[in-house]
Design a protein around this ligand. Sequence first.
Ligand code: PLP
Length: 355
Amino acid sequence: MAHPQPRANIARIPAYVPGKPPSTRPGTTAYKLSSNENPYPPLPGVVEAASAAVATMNRYPDMGGVALYAALAERLGVPVDDLATATGSVGLIYQVVTGFCEPGDEVIYAWRSFEAYPIAVTAAAATSVQVPLLADGRHDLAAMAAAITDRTRVVMVCTPNNPTGPAVTQTELDDFLARVPEHVVVVVDEAYLEFVRMDDAVDGVATYRAHPNVVLFRTFSKAYGLAGFRVGYAVSQAPIASALRAVSLPFGVSAVAQAAAIASLAAEAELLERVEALAVERTRVRDALLAQGWDIPDAQGNFVWFPLGDRAGELAAATDAVGVTVRPFAGDGVRVSIGEVEANDRLIEVAATLR
Ligand SMILES: *Cc1c(COP(=O)(O)O)cnc(C)c1O
């Protein structure tokens, strides 16, 4: 009997492996350091704004997201036409490949990088071109530029790179952009932007203003602590932003999510204090691990990377045994989010036993 058959590429979509939930152990607090979430609870004003929006659940959300667009435009100093909001930046990743790739067109990205890239590219029947990271977890931008062919439509630059941690510098990005043909979209995935503390950091807004083919992807999931609500946004010159809006899921960003995002922008000062505390804590954790002799790449996000190869499972099992869930990538390494101080301390203790 003939069954309905999805397109052939659908069977090739890799599964998204979510960070495991914390394993509960009687007598110990369990911690989830497996999904790079913000460990702080939501700010009071944000909870109230979201709660008020819950009362409107019988209505569709504002499809144009007018208030959220206005708040973002004001915050970033950009025209509303240069913005596209979406259901998290994962939504934007799907939208950019859907909007710009014909089947078989190529999307270049570093590997290992964010695991939603191969999923979205395959779902769109486009072709992934994965360019290996350098040994220290950085993007090999020279090799990525050299990989561009006449089938290339999109290049993703994940900075800071999830899961390895380093970020590209403005100088590196400028040199790279000078080598990319103008018709190729360059996504600068800045999911961890707020955690970056380095010299010559990328100024995304200045970069998109100078380059009509650059689009920034940002999210409320990490620094802003709204991972559960699914809000992200793109910033680019109007033609790309308009294409991203055109292929978006109608009414994708809920009224509750829009309200929480707007309230978060209003509470930005308090949120960014927490981000600063996490950045300081990140340095403490990385320094402790370096002192133990681990080879931890520069960490510009809210996580550290253990390039463990075949020993990835070993570290994950050891932290699991003390109630700390991390994110192993089999055969490659382990990513550990910066979380509560107690959780980070347990990680440091366990890591010492494995040296
Ligand atoms: C977490 C993450 C995202 C997006 O997350 P959303 O929750 O979909 O906004 C995008 N890119 C990278 C590199 C990430 O780590």
